[in-house]
Design a binder for this molecule. Structure first.
Ligand SMILES: [Zn+2]
Ligand SMILES: [Zn+2]
Length: 436
């Protein structure tokens, strides 16, 4: 296998794919066009076992699915953008993403790789300073942007798929490629895990472009730990509206309850056992200046170094939301719309990636153990593989970042795409003959 030649040949494809996905960002559970494009490419590569949407996900385990009317609008948009109705049916009701499998027919390891495909609700900067805007591949969709490199992850997934398709005669074992929807907000991985895709996996690899500011293209982290367990919730406050001048005493002010909750949520006592986080990210309330606000909503998240620490934050958050509601004599309801667990990669992968680096011109520096310090939906997959006796790792592909993740001018160097494909396909070839 001439991996060097393969990666060099794929370099331009990777950039083209990345830019195509970048122009058409779709947030979690609405990746209809994205899923269709991935399917088209995999089909053209010769993949036959492709499980789309409903076949790829456990429907009830999906979290934070948008309301039906939003999904309907998004499906209509996808139809108008060329997704055939027969294909849309397979994803109806927000069942996006797909899983492709490939079997060499020869005895060998079962290797699974996961690539997340969703975008974020951010309007991309039109500034000339921002590379995608300057070059002309910025988001065509106001309010949505690939600001976390999942456009690149999708392109890397197609690069790895190309390698498998072209080299399956020389490979052993079988392969599962998970193109996962709704990573942002920790909403999608669990539904793929629940469907059983990770149950018989010997080796699992996933990863992320960027993450750290001080890295160069060619820096690769072999393993990561320190994913934070997290819970995403929406809290709704229901009060009573009244005339603000004539009868303010008849009103029950939902806005004040939401504001009180927001301030006190940020005051939850830290925990002595480890890292904890809380953030109230949105607050919407009221309908006019002379009306006592009847409704308010906040979107918040908690995190913790372990599931237990996160649960402490969730319990405190619930108590504060209910106490704030009681203080203002309104009602509060809390809905959990996403959750994630902690996980740690298997150190078994460190010598393997170091071995890979020796053979590669593109990998300059291997960081054995990285710490993420954020949450990652793949943690569910890592845990599942490890529970069933397999080995899992989460790599970081270094690149300078124009701005941080989730920023309207987020960007990375596109050379990182080739490095990531190089690492992953070399890891796959090293794993030949290995079975757990
Ligand atoms: Zn992100
Ligand atoms: Zn991300």
């Amino acid at each position: 296998m001439n991996i060097k030649g393969f990666v060099e040949h794929k370099k331009e494809h990777l950039v083209t794919w990345r830019r195509q996905f970048h122009q058409y960002p779709e947030v979690g559970w609405t990746e209809f066009v994205t899923t269709y494009k991935i399917h088209q490419t995999l089909t053209s590569l010769g993949f036959k076992d492709i499980h789309v949407g409903k076949e790829a996900l456990s429907s009830d385990t999906r979290m934070g699915v948008p309301p039906a009317h939003v999904l309907k609008e998004e499906e209509e948009r996808a139809l108008s953008e060329g997704v055939p109705s027969s294909f849309l049916e397979r994803m109806e009701g927000g069942h996006t993403g797909l899983v492709a499998t490939l079997d060499s027919g020869k005895k060998g390891p079962h290797i699974a790789l996961r690539f997340d495909i969703d975008a974020l609700p951010i309007t991309e900067s039109e500034s000339h300073e921002h590379y995608p805007s300057r070059i002309g591949f910025a988001s065509t969709r106001t309010g949505q942007m690939h600001a976390c490199a999942h456009d690149g992850h999708t392109a890397i997934g197609l690069g790895v798929a190309s390698f498998l398709a072209e080299h399956i005669e020389q490979l052993q074992g079988r392969y599962t490629l998970l193109f996962q929807p709704a990573e942002e907000g920790s909403r999608g991985a669990k539904s793929m895990v629940q469907k059983g895709w990770l149950d018989e996996v010997d080796f699992f690899l996933s990863g992320h472009i960027g993450v750290h500011f001080d890295r160069s293209v060619g820096d690769v982290s072999a393993t990561s730990g320190g994913f934070l367990a997290t819970t995403k919730c929406d809290a709704s406050f229901k009060g009573i509206s009244a005339h603000a001048g004539k009868a303010p005493e008849k009103g029950k002010n939902a806005l004040l309850a939401a504001a009180t909750a927001s301030i006190h949520l940020h005051g939850i006592s830290r925990h002595g056992d480890g890292k904890t986080r809380v953030n109230v990210g949105t607050l919407h309330a009221g309908s006019g200046r002379n009306i006592i606000p009847e409704k308010a909503e906040i979107q918040l998240e908690t995190r913790g170094a372990t599931v237990e620490l996160n649960q402490y934050m969730v319990s405190e958050a619930e108590r504060i939301i209910q106490a704030s509601a009681a203080l203002h004599d309104v009602e509060a309801t809390i809905e959990i719309v996403g959750d994630g667990v902690d996980a740690t990669s298997d150190e078994w992968f460190i010598p393997l990636i170091e071995q890979v680096a020796v053979k590669s011109d593109l990998i300059q520096n291997v960081i054995p153990k990285d710490v993420i310090g954020a949450s990652e939906d793949a943690a569910y997959m890592i845990n599942r593989v490890q529970e069933r006796g397999g080995k899992a790792t989460y790599l970081i592909f270094g690149t300078p970042l124009a701005n941080g993740h989730h920023h309207s001018e987020f960007d990375y160097q596109e050379d990182v795409l080739s490095v990531a494909v190089d690492v992953l396909v070399r890891a796959i070839s090293e794993l030949q003959g290995n079975e757990v």
